[in-house]
Design a protein around this ligand. Structure first.
Ligand code: PLP
Length: 429
């Protein structure tokens, strides 16, 4: 068995976990502890010097969280991962080792609304900047990259429209510029898309969504492919140059392809403290055990609901990339062959007014600012998640005033269709 490569369904249950060495507990225990007893003073010193790997304090590492990190890294095909307190924390943690004042990132215009706000407003306070570009315009992506660009950022299946990014084409551009491509793989999950196989350097997740799968806890994760040469140029001094806080240790020289992950823990979590707690890790581990089963159902339901909506004359447009009419239909086979996810938008005849009525009339669909739950969710982006955006940004993000985003759950597809049918009748009356 040992040289046999396990399939996704096996890894989503077993990767990173083993029976608890102290008790034999089969399920990963929740190690609800802040600190860990050192064997002796030398052991403590070796841990603090990063000469030995072990547990010191749960802001940095925790055995329950470590299992989740290894599981997500394995499912994504990466070498290591760092879990964080939320998806937004993961985005800051992902950028932190790469950036400095005056540096910028080039990001897709089609992103989660909160990410647009984080990148267009908040990161400025660190002296970082973001240039937003339409990722379907490859020349524009190339043109936006300058000497101070330190990463390219996009979503594999993009919120809210479910657009599919040509990850390979963007990865080639990032490679040519010798900078990493970061993919937010939240909406796709590693079951539908494995961005590292398409050339991504780093993958970030909001584990809050499909990975946990039932809307119980917030969390995030940064996965490293281990494939980027941080010392190839002088753009990434945090990883290639001596680190004063560890007696001049050079992360890349010392830790090789684990440099980025070790930096994320030893500097990122240590000093930014955006740590995932072991309870959250436990819920997310439980969720991941059934990820493939849920994603297959999410995709099947999304396709059925989207096909029904597309034929309905109360609807102007359905953006689901799994529909033959979508300009992204051909990209699905290439980027996410198991399906286009379960997130898409509909443009409703009757505009803003009708959208508000629709959202109010739905019974099974919950009106919440969340996605990727087992239950179906709906949101009118323009009046909520994308409210902080300008009208222009809303249109660019696919979240105009007549647009409603659906996150299709794993209930009976017929019930979801019936619910939409009755609510659309009320919306158009
Ligand atoms: C939810 C989400 C985020 C932010 O994650 P939080 O866990 O809410 O901080 C980032 N990107 C995408 C695609 C998301 O859906």
């Amino acid at each position: 068995m040992s040289d046999h490569t396990y399939g996704f369904d096996t890894l989503q249950i077993h990767a990173g976990a083993r029976p608890d060495p102290a008790t034999g507990a089969r399920q990963t225990p929740i190690y609800q502890t802040t600190a860990y007893v050192f064997r002796d003073a030398d052991h403590a010193a070796a841990l603090f010097n990063l000469q030995e790997v072990g547990y010191i304090y749960s802001r940095l590492t925790n055995p329950t969280v470590a299992v989740l990190q290894e599981r997500i890294a394995t499912l994504e095909g990466g070498v290591g991962a760092v879990c964080c307190s939320s998806g937004h924390a993961a985005q800051i943690m992902a950028l932190f080792p790469l950036m400095g004042p005056g540096k910028n990132i080039v990001a897709s215009t089609r992103l989660y609304g909160g990410t647009v706000t984080q990148f267009s407003q908040t990161i400025k306070r660190f002296g970082w900047e973001c240039k937003f570009v339409d990722f379907d315009d490859l020349d524009a992506v190339k043109a936006a990259i300058d000497d101070d660009t330190r990463a390219v950022f996009g979503e594999a299946i993009a919120n809210p429209g479910g657009y599919i990014m040509d990850v390979r084409a963007i990865a080639d551009i990032a490679d040519a510029a010798e900078i990493p491509l970061i993919i937010d793989n939240t909406s796709a999950t590693p079951y539908l898309c494995r961005p590292i196989e398409h050339g991504a350097t780093l993958v970030v997740h909001s584990t809050t969504k499909y990975l946990t799968g039932n809307g119980t806890v917030t969390g995030g994760c940064v996965v490293d492919s281990g494939k980027f040469d941080w010392s190839a140029n002088d753009k990434f001094p945090s990883l290639s140059q001596p680190e004063p806080a560890y007696h001049g240790l050079k992360f890349h020289e010392t830790f090789g392809n684990l440099a980025y992950t070790f930096h994320g823990i030893a500097i990122g979590l240590r000093d930014l403290g955006m740590t995932m707690n072991p309870q959250a890790a436990h819920y997310t581990l439980m969720g991941i055990e059934t990820l493939s089963l849920r994603m297959d159902r999410h995709v099947e339901n999304a396709r059925k609901v989207a096909e029904w909506l597309e034929k309905d004359d109360r609807i102007e447009k359905v953006t689901y990339a799994g529909l033959k009419s979508s300009p992204y239909y051909d990209r699905v086979k290439k980027v996410c062959p198991r399906g286009a996810g379960a997130l898409f938008t509909i443009s409703v005849k009757g505009g803003y007014e009708a959208c508000v009525k629709l959202v109010n009339a739905l019974e099974i669909f919950s009106h919440v600012a969340n996605l990727g739950d087992a239950r179906s969710l709906v949101i009118h982006s323009a009046s909520t998640t994308h409210r902080q955006l300008s009208a222009e940004q809303q249109e660019a993000a696919g979240a105009g005033p007549n647009v409603v985003r659906l996150s299709i759950g794993i209930e009976d597809a017929d019930d979801l269709i019936a619910d939409l049918d009755q609510a659309l009748s009320k919306a158009s009356s």
